[in-house]
Write a protein that binds this ligand. Structure first.
Ligand SMILES: [Zn+2]
Length: 167
């Protein structure tokens, strides 16, 4: 949905991503354009749920199939009403592209990798690395990413709001 604010075109988007943690390390990728270390994520495509987008982005950007870790609250699986996992946080981000400003409502999940690493999609990330909690402070990345990573480690360690990885 687009609307005009002043002379600036503003677009509202749902975006989705996940912090993939295994063996007390989080999987980060060096973003090509931004040149920062980020967890995988991106825009939710047409006809896709935010969970499907998080899984797809993880696969494309890191080569891993992942499962979302989140607690089931309702167990609702009806045809017209399907429970979705609760993210570890939701960030509202203002992102400035050449074509205008995007308001991003960014769902961030905790995830774990399943199986072996596959191929990273072409043109996605330059490099990948598994980062320990103690390394977050020195990472070349944004403050909101650092805060999110710290919380993800806490959530993974202490099981905040999670029980089984059922998604
Ligand atoms: Zn956007």
């Amino acid at each position: 949905m687009r609307h005009i604010t002043g002379d600036c075109l503003v677009k509202k988007c749902i975006t989705s991503g996940c912090v993939i943690i295994r063996n007390e390390r989080a999987l980060l990728l060096k973003h090509k354009k931004l040149n920062k270390w980020l967890y995988p994520g991106g825009h939710v495509d047409e006809g896709e749920t935010h969970v499907e987008a998080a899984l797809r982005e993880a696969k494309e950007e890191t080569g891993y199939n992942v499962r979302i870790i989140a607690k089931k609250r309702l167990g609702l699986q009806k045809r017209h009403s399907i429970e979705q996992p609760v993210p570890i946080c939701i960030l509202y981000e203002n992102v400035y592209y050449r074509t205008g400003r995007h308001m991003h409502f960014d769902m961030v999940y905790l995830a774990k990798p399943i199986g072996r690493q596959g191929r990273v999609a072409k043109g996605e990330s330059d490099s990948l690395r598994w980062v320990r909690e103690q390394e977050i402070g020195d990472l070349d990345t944004y403050e909101n990413v650092k805060s999110t990573l710290k919380y993800a480690f806490k959530a993974a360690k202490h099981g905040i709001m999670f029980n089984n990885p059922v998604w």
